[in-house]
Design a protein around this ligand. Sequence first.
Ligand code: SAJ
Length: 434
Amino acid sequence: MTFTKLCVLGLGYIGLPTASTFATHGLQVVGVDVNPQVVETLRNGGLHIHEPGLRTLVEAALKSGKLTVSEKPEEADAFIIAVPTPFYDDQCGDYAGQKYKLADMRAVASATEAILPYLRNNNLVVLESTSPPCTTADLVAPILERSGLKAGVDFYLAYSPERVLPGQILRELIENARVIGGITPASAQAGRDLYAIFVRGEILQTDATTAEMVKLMENTYRDVNIAIANEFARLAERFGVDVWEAIKIASLHPRVKILSPGPGVGGHCISVDPWFFVAAAPDITPLIYNARQVNDAQPHYVVDLVKRALGSLQGKKIAALGLSYKPDVDDLRESPAVEVVHLLQNEGVLVQAFEPFKPDTDLPGITAVPSLAAALKEADAVLLLVNHSELRALMPEKLVAMTPARILIDTVNGWAGKDWAGAGFKVFRLGVRK
Ligand code: SAJ
């Protein structure tokens, strides 16, 4: 199949890079977002999301005239749906007394409905949003078939998840292997024809439900493996072991690769996607469910570590370093570091937080300061919450001159291997009690 014109619905972290990449590879692309502010910002040359290299790419796509933005779809050869699939905040499922989160598929449903008036014979529709198993067949296909056209017969329908790592989206979009699941083999082939325009990684064709499961399995696998690392950290503390040393040694085994413990699992993917499995089949997912519980409890575990370091927390001043959900990004969504700060404040701690990738952070209920110096200046203790390169590089002799605090609490093993004691600091590390 050949493509001249493409419509991308949803101009977020995935839709915008995808639309722009297709445009810079010669397709005429209409980027659609229901949020008028997003459309307006892009039209005025602005950018509503941060991702390395994205500004240059979007500018090139817009300037070439190949990318336009709009609040409504148009007729096109292909449609890509890349809208958010969060979970509901205000409702949950219950299986034998265990509460689980439910996927909110309203954005997928309404984006699909928005395509309906423009759907024509031989079009291709691809869902990219992370979705529970069977979404393409059971939610998207029936909506599109209201057009009178039959999925897999009159038009092609496929599921192709994005698997890019925030911070490296532009490179991974092109280089990663891509899975395309068709509602029919011909739909998968049509999807391949589309993505082959820019994807240099392997393109694997399968059916739509397999592709949906692949995406959820990848992130669930990572979540469960982080949960076991967090549980190992707890065990190490109980038995007087340094978990980081133990992980390093165990990972020398040719078939073992243990991930890193930390303050919890954040972001909008790994802390969300496993719930899609649990909600779809709560009776057969106890491991996935419990891994989520372990990782969600990790911020509380950090608060216990802080208590161990400081005794009573009431009225203490803590400099919290790092607020993003993981190192070297500015994304604060579902960040465990933010949750730790909230929990500490609930215990009466006066927290001064500093996020080097977003020094102007303005989160409700959190006092964020614009510089490291401001965070450190009156602290009783320094808490490292995110392993940002810039924070990891701090040397004891520099820190000692910036703060009266002599207690350091390291939740990410960022400050290992330096002579903190020599500079007069006492260090408490997550996963270490020696
Ligand atoms: N984390 C740990 N320990 C580790 C690794 C990560 O605690 O050893 C934490 C991070 O600090 C962070 C969270 O887990 O809070 C998730 O970070 P991540 O780097 O593992 O993943 P994301 O959410 O940035 O991106 C993931 C990726 N999925 C996999 O690696 C299987 C990415 O490829 C997906 O495209 C993305 O989810 C997505 O959009 O689904």
